[in-house]
Design a binder for this molecule. Structure first.
Ligand code: UDP
Length: 382
C-alpha cells in the first residue's frame, strides 16, 4: 500500500460501522482512507448480484430501525423497499408461524384468543424469579415445550454451546407476542435496499478513497504513517495480539444453490431441529416480492438462488477467518473489559462495530454508533 497523503483517519473495515464513520467525517471536511481485507465493501451485509437477484452472501440482513436520524441517513444512499421479516420455523417437518405469536400457539395448542393463550402459557411457564441464562429465561417465558421445540436445538447449533451456558440477552432479541402479529422486528422502518447492500455502501463511500484486499495486520506497525487516528472495526483481541486471552466468536458458512421457479415460497425458514445441520434456508428473491422480473415471467421458471446457513463448529477457524457473533457470556465479557481498558490508553485509536466493541450490533445500531462516535471524536479534536 502506498502512502498517498497523511489522512485524518485510517478506517479499517468497509462494513456498516466503517462506512458510516467515513461518510460522517468526510462530510465534516476531514480526510480518510478506508481499507478492508475483503475485496468488497458492506462487511457481512455484502450482497452480490446473481441471476439479477441481490444475494445476501453472509446470511439474511433486514434493515430495521426506529431512529428517524438513522433512517434519513441511509436514505441518502439508496432507495428502499419495505420488507417485513416473518420467517417460518420447520419443526418435525411441520411449518410453524415464527417468531412465537398467537398463530404459533394456535398451531401448537389450538388456542385462538389472547386470553386462552395467556391461560395456557401460565401453566407452561416455569417459575424462575431471576433467570441467570438463556435456558432459564426461555423456560420462565415460554415453558419447556416451546423451549425444546423452537429454541434448544437452534441455539445449541448456532452457538455450539448449551443454552444454559449462554446469556439471556442472546434470545431476548426475539419478540414473543400474544397477538397474530408475526413480525420479527418491532421497528417503525423495516426494509431492504432496492439495489442491494453493496450499492448502498458503495454510495455511502462515494468519493472516499478505499483500498480493498488490504489486510491491516500487514501494515499494523506503520499505520501512523497513513493517518493521525485509526478506526479499527476488526476483532479487538486480535488488535492487541490476544494479550488478555482470546475472545470467543461464532460464525456461519453458507452454501448456495440455484433453482428454477419459486423454490420455498418464502424468504426465510428456520430449522430448530438438531438433526438438521443448517439453521436457515433463505430464498433471496423473496426479499423483493414486488419485483416483477422475479415473479411475473411468462413461464414462471426464472432462476432463483437459495442459501443455507451452517454453523461453524471449529472455533479456531472462526477466529482466523470471519467471526460474526460475539459470545457475551461472563468470561468473554470480563476479557473484553480488559481490552476496553487497554483501548483507553491510546487516544489515537478508536474501536467500533460488532467485533471492535464486541457487541451484538444490528446494521442500524452499527451505523448509529459510528455517526455518534465520529461526531464525538471530531468535537473533542477541535
Ligand atoms: N433462536 C432460536 N430459534 C430460532 C431463531 C432464533 O432459538 O428459530 C435464538 C438463537 O439463540 C439465536 C437468537 O435466538 O441466536 C437470536 O436470533 P436472531 O434471529 O436475532 O439471530 P441473528 O439474526 O443475529 O442470527
Amino acid at each position: 500500500m502506498k502512502v498517498r497523503n497523511k489522512y485524518d483517519y485510517l478506517i479499517v473495515g468497509a462494513g456498516p460501522f466503517g462506512s458510516a464513520f467515513a461518510r460522517t467525517v468526510t462530510d465534516a471536511g476531514k480526510t480518510c482512507l478506508v481499507i478492508d481485507k475483503r475485496h468488497h465493501v458492506a462487511g457481512n451485509a455484502y450482497t452480490k448480484r446473481i441471476s439479477g437477484i441481490d444475494v445476501h452472501m453472509y446470511g439474511a440482513h433486514i434493515f430495521h430501525t426506529d431512529s428517524e436520524r438513522i433512517w434519513r441517513f441511509v436514505n441518502e444512499f439508496s432507495q428502499w423497499r419495505p420488507f417485513k421479516n416473518n420467517p417460518k420455523a420447520i419443526v418435525g417437518g411441520r411449518v410453524f408461524s415464527f417468531p412465537i405469536n398467537l398463530m404459533t400457539l394456535h398451531q401448537l395448542w389450538g388456542v385462538t384468543t389472547p386470553a386462552e393463550a395467556q391461560m395456557r402459557l401460565r401453566q407452561e411457564q416455569v417459575p424462575i424469579k431471576e433467570p441467570r441464562n438463556a435456558e432459564e429465561w426461555l423456560l420462565s417465558q415460554v415453558g419447556k415445550d416451546i423451549y425444546e421445540l423452537f429454541f434448544y436445538g437452534y441455539t445449541k447449533k448456532q452457538w455450539q454451546k448449551d443454552p444454559k451456558e449462554l446469556p439471556a440477552s442472546i434470545v431476548r432479541r426475539l419478540p414473543f407476542r400474544l397477538t397474530y402479529d408475526d413480525s420479527y422486528f418491532h421497528a417503525k422502518y423495516q426494509a431492504v435496499p432496492a439495489r442491494g447492500y453493496t450499492v448502498l455502501f458503495e454510495q455511502m463511500l462515494s468519493g472516499i478513497p478505499a483500498d480493498l484486499g488490504v489486510n491491516f495486520f500487514d501494515i499494523s506497525q506503520t499505520w501512523r504513517r497513513f493517518a493521525r487516528t485509526l478506526v479499527f472495526t476488526g476483532p479487538i483481541d486480535r488488535f492487541f495480539g490476544y494479550s488478555r486471552g482470546r475472545l470467543e466468536y461464532r460464525s456461519l458458512r453458507f452454501e448456495f444453490e440455484t433453482h428454477r421457479g419459486d423454490f420455498q415460497g418464502h424468504a426465510v425458514f428456520n430449522y430448530p431441529d438438531e438433526s438438521i445441520p443448517y439453521l436457515r434456508s433463505v430464498e433471496h428473491k423473496h426479499f423483493l416480492p414486488s419485483d416483477p422480473k422475479h415473479f411475473d415471467t411468462s413461464d414462471g421458471m426464472e432462476e432463483t438462488v437459495v442459501s443455507y446457513d451452517y454453523p461453524l463448529s471449529d472455533l479456531d477457524d472462526v477466529n482466523c477467518e470471519d467471526p460474526q457473533y460475539p459470545i457475551r457470556d461472563e468470561r468473554n465479557t470480563r476479557v473484553y473489559r480488559e481490552y476496553a481498558e487497554l483501548a483507553k490508553r491510546d487516544p489515537d485509536v478508536l474501536f467500533g462495530g460488532r467485533l471492535g466493541e464486541y457487541q451484538y450490533y444490528d446494521i442500524d445500531q452499527a451505523i448509529g454508533s459510528a455517526i455518534s462516535k465520529a461526531r464525538r471524536h471530531m468535537d473533542r479534536c477541535i
